[in-house]
Write a protein that binds this ligand. Structure first.
Ligand SMILES: Cc1cc2nc3c(=O)[nH]c(=O)nc-3n(C[C@H](O)[C@H](O)[C@H](O)COP(=O)(O)OP(=O)(O)OC[C@H]3O[C@@H](n4cnc5c(N)ncnc54)[C@H](O)[C@@H]3O)c2cc1C
Length: 221
């Protein structure tokens, strides 16, 4: 069984007005693959605990990006209250299916809805670290450009990375369609809220993608 470890917040940066990236120092962290997540546990002074999952945002070190839900229990605390030097508990890495392994050179299609970009960004960063020839295509659907995570990084062109942006709340308001997605061939990773993941997976299967090559991760919601 994976044990709980203490994690100390060493740095935090704002991604958007509602999302924050948190960098933790975790003693004896065993390392992880891009796409894996951790379980985070908060304990109140009266002993009440709450536990949620968060994807690892980078291939090295323990870095999470959390979207604060206005009516959520855990995420507003992580985004607005946790201070550098504070400790929480986490357990991981978790997950062995929704992972990109740098040794696999099949082209990659990443399909992100909102905060679903987080584990996909770990894959992009792992690809950058690794070098090589593997082409990546990211399709990133979000409300508006101001909600982009990792904006400066994704605005820096990389010859191996193609990005298709879909904005649902600025003109032309639209949702992801088959025209945004390439045909079968690449290994596909889809991540986001449950409804988004189901819609994107249906489009991919309609386009003829092999279900065995389409991996999905649902964030709930
Ligand atoms: C594998 C995995 C990876 C994830 N990675 C990330 C990540 O990288 N970044 C990220 O931001 N999130 C991620 N999530 C989502 C995350 O785990 C949390 O679900 C999210 O942060 C919300 O938690 P919360 O405690 O703030 O909200 P919660 O308190 O859990 O509430 C979530 C929503 O449900 C509603 N709700 C709660 N209780 C009720 C009720 N009784 N009746 C009706 N509605 C209710 C709330 O109003 C809110 O809108 C991931 C999830 C999974 C499964």
């Amino acid at each position: 069984m994976i044990r709980w470890r203490r994690a100390r917040l060493t740095a935090a940066r704002e991604e958007t007005p509602t999302a924050r990236t948190l960098v933790f120092e975790v003693a004896d962290w065993p390392g992880h693959l891009a796409g894996q997540h951790v379980d985070v546990r908060l304990t109140a002074p009266d002993g009440y605990t709450a536990q949620r999952s968060y994807s690892l945002a980078a291939p090295e070190g323990v870095e999470l990006t959390v979207e604060g839900l206005p009516d959520g229990e855990v995420s507003p605390y992580l985004v607005d209250e946790l201070t550098v030097g504070d400790e929480i508990e986490l357990r991981g890495p978790v997950g062995g299916w929704f992972v990109w392994r740098p040794a696999v050179t099949t082209p990659v299609l990443l399909v992100a809805g909102g905060s679903g970009i987080v584990p996909l960004m770990a894959m992009i960063r792992a690809r950058r670290l690794m070098g090589g020839e593997t082409p990546f295509h990211l399709v990133y659907s979000l409300g508006e450009p101001a909600r982009r995570y990792y904006a400066a990084e994704l605005d820096t062109p990389e010859p191996w990375l193609t990005i298709t942006w879909v904005h649902t709340r600025v003109a032309p308001h639209r949702r992801i369609t088959k025209d945004d997605l390439p045909g079968p061939g690449p290994d596909v990773f889809v991540c986001g809220p449950t409804g988004f993941v189901e819609a994107a997976a249906d489009l991919l299967l309609d386009l003829g993608h092999d279900p065995g090559q389409v991996r999905t991760e649902r964030f709930g919601g």
